[in-house]
Design a protein around this ligand. Structure first.
Ligand code: ADP
Ligand code: MG
Length: 658
């Protein structure tokens, strides 16, 4: 080999990593084009498998796979399925040959831990070991590496994204950002071909399926809709085949695909590993040939033959493909487009090499999918392109992701103030200003919710926190600003500041479980189904709160300025107040309450003017005008509940923001 000369002052190189369930890839941009780097296995694809040996030995990649049969519980594959999930997740125990550390407490159950012999490891640590190996390979080839862009499935929730970021940091990487896998694939294609139009990204990997409809317009990508299934992929095909292999080997149809661990007469973990490994080989072979024959050890001695044809495999996986089909049709519907409007279908993920997968995609979209970028490398290449763009501060390509569901705050009375509406492109920041309802209120409870329903009780609760220690003030005087900021990684930070005192509270929302696309869809359908009744319920709730606030203010004014009311005026005010009280208690329609509020407004109108005059004089005499004006406004029915609501589209974090 020639002497490898490099400039020690050369700037560190940004890299992109596809941290896959099955395979991981690292890429960088060389001479304006993304290329995958060679991993420690000597190939671009590094199997996402880690073996934990004695004395702290860690083996990653194809060499680790060879341990899977001998030491299955020390060999962790498909760790991505566990990232950011808890032990109580019903799916967790159905997966493969893992030995879990039984959680000692509810707290401990929030993350999975694998027992790998002399120690235990978390999914974040296993992911970090994979990333460390990729980092080392990249450093060997590029000398100094700069920041990294890591890709994640589009439907990873906040906890899963946070865990992925943690893994990056644990591996000593500077994580520039996380990027959705389909968006990365489209980025790789967009820059290669500079096409404009509507695209579908069909990503069927080992563990996840994602479908994304995107618009490409002069180098700018915009996500129109996303969908998929975070538990559907080539692994599921492997399990279906493995079940048949186990039967051929003389074991009961133990159902690897249905959680064989608990079945009576379950095959030992070593046998399950062997069956899964053989299944994968059969599946790969059937991508190239139409029939595959395998010799396997038979239970109780001797050998067993296992034969599978491509037609049989096609039939076996059809139910899985139909699930992808349903998700595709839903994504098309969400984007409001017909399949014929799609200008190109981009294939991503190793499973899209399978002939039946390709023909099925063709059936759904009525066109042959694009195939000019290697479906295994396309995501990592897109990540590398994004990393290079971020480091070079180029604004050439803007990646726009959207919020799947609205984020908001519960308001007094149980309504929802939507701070960031659904489909807002992220990163995005927005704030809402609230005020106190009652006099001398010294705390606010902030309840962060997600969803489209009008009442907070029908939305998904994300977090609650309180802002305490506010000095006593008149109702309506405190100014509470609630800031929402969703960063490019879909992490939500909520900050509440009481503006007159500067008292502040922050919280990062990391819900322990995310939502599947089905749940998101259900929530949307729910909101549509309940649209009219929700709106009325919301108006009623808001009307009650407004009415109560006005009654409080009126009572207060009656206590301080009764002398400014003529006798018959006083009687009218009392009558209107009593009617409003009754409406709040018993009305079934918001309009009844609104009518009563208007009536009380009329009854107090002239009186409010006189009170304002007196307030002015008092102000001149030294009393704080603000206090008095707020009292008068309160009585006059000025709605100060949600005083301001503005959306600031933010390409970058707001100045001074986190
Ligand atoms: P992930 O994104 O989950 O890491 P990949 O995109 O690397 O997954 O795809 C891995 C899946 O693709 C595995 O289930 C693997 O068996 C499957 N796969 C890879 N190559 C082939 C092939 N030639 N034929 C069939 N399946 C394949
Ligand atoms: Mg993938």
């Amino acid at each position: 080999m020639l002497l490898d000369i490099y400039d020690p002052k050369a700037p560190p190189k940004p890299i992109g990593i596809d941290l896959g369930t099955t395979n991981s890839i690292v890429a960088h941009v060389r001479d304006g084009r993304p290329v995958a780097l060679t991993t420690c296995d000597g190939t671009a694809l590094l199997p996402s498998i880690v073996y934990y040996g004695d004395h702290g030995a860690v083996v990653v990649g194809a060499s680790a796979r060879s341990y899977a049969t001998r030491a299955p519980t020390r060999t962790i594959a498909s760790v991505k399925r566990f990232v950011g999930r808890g032990m109580d997740d019903p799916q967790i125990r159905l997966l493969g040959a893992y030995r879990f550390v039984e959680p000692a407490s509810a707290e401990a159950a929030r993350t999975v831990r694998f027992d790998v012999g002399e120690r235990s490891v978390s999914p974040v640590e296993v992911s970090a070991d994979i990333l460390r190996s990729l980092k080392k390979s990249a450093e060997d080839q590029l000398k100094a590496i700069g920041g990294v862009v890591i890709t994640v499935p589009a439907y990873f929730d906040d906890a899963q994204r946070q865990a992925t970021k943690d893994a990056g940091r644990l591996a000593g990487l500077e994580v520039l950002r996380l990027l959705n896998e389909p968006t990365a694939a489209a980025l790789a294609y967009g820059l290669e071909t500079r096409s404009n139009g509507l695209f579908a990204v069909f990503d069927l990997g080992g563990g996840t399926f994602d479908i994304t409809i995107l618009v490409l317009d002069d180098g700018v990508f915009q996500v129109r809709s996303t969908g998929g299934d975070s538990a559907l992929g080539g692994d599921d095909m492997d399990r279906l085949i493995a079940d048949r292999i186990l039967v051929a080997m003389g074991f009961a149809a133990a159902g690897v695909s249905a959680g064989g661990g608990e079945a009576v007469d379950a095959p030992p973990a070593e046998v399950v590993s062997l069956a899964l490994e053989s299944a994968r080989r059969v599946k790969h072979a059937l991508t190239e040939v139409t029939e595959s024959l395998l010799e396997l050890p038979r239970r109780g001695g001797g050998t067993a033959e296992f034969r599978l044809t491509r037609d049989e495999l096609d039939a076996l996986i059809l139910p899985l493909l139909e699930r992808t089909g349903r998700a595709c049709r839903r994504a098309l519907r969400d984007a409001g487009v017909e399949p014929s409007a799609i200008d190109g279908v981009i294939l991503v993920g190793g499973s899209t090499r399978m002939p039946r997968v390709r023909s099925y995609v063709q059936e759904i979209f009525g066109q042959e999918p694009l195939g000019d970028i290697d479906p295994d490398l396309v995501v990592a290449c897109g990540a590398a392109v994004q990393a290079a763009l971020l480091v070079n501060q180029s604004d050439e390509v803007l990646l726009l992701d959207v919020l799947p569901l609205s984020l908001g705050v519960e308001t007094m009375g149980g309504g929802v103030d939507r701070v960031l509406p659904r489909n807002t492109t992220i990163p995005a920041g927005a704030k809402s200003v609230f005020t106190t309802f009652a006099d001398d209120q010294t705390g606010f409870e902030i309840h962060v919710v997600q969803g489209e329903r009008e009442l907070a009780q029908d939305c998904r609760s994300l977090a609650r926190f309180t802002l305490k220690g506010i000095p006593p003030m008149s109702a309506g005087m405190a100014r509470l600003e609630v800031h929402f900021y969703v960063d490019e990684n879909n992490l939500l930070a909520v900050r509440a500041v009481e503006l007159t005192t500067g008292i502040e509270q922050k919280i990062e929302v990391v819900p322990s479980y995310g939502l599947t696309d089905e749940q998101i869809e259900d929530m949307l359908i729910d909101a549509i189904d309940h649209g009219d009744e929700d709106l009325e319920a919301r108006r009623l709730a808001d009307g009650r709160v407004e009415g109560q606030r006005i009654l409080l203010a009126t009572d207060k004014a009656l206590a301080t300025d009764p002398d400014l009311l003529a006798t018959e005026e006083r009687a009218a005010v009392d009558r209107a107040a009593a009617a409003l009280r009754e409406a709040i208690a018993g009305a079934r329609k918001a309009s009844t309450i609104q009518g009563a509020i208007a009536e009380l407004d009329r009854a107090t109108h002239d009186w409010a003017g006189r009170r304002m005059d007196r307030a002015m004089k008092a102000a001149i005499a030294g009393k704080r005008l603000g206090d008095v004006a707020a009292e008068v406004q309160g009585a006059a029915g000025v709605d100060a509940h949600v005083a301001a609501h503005e959306i600031a589209r933010a390409g970058r974090p707001p100045p001074g923001g986190s």
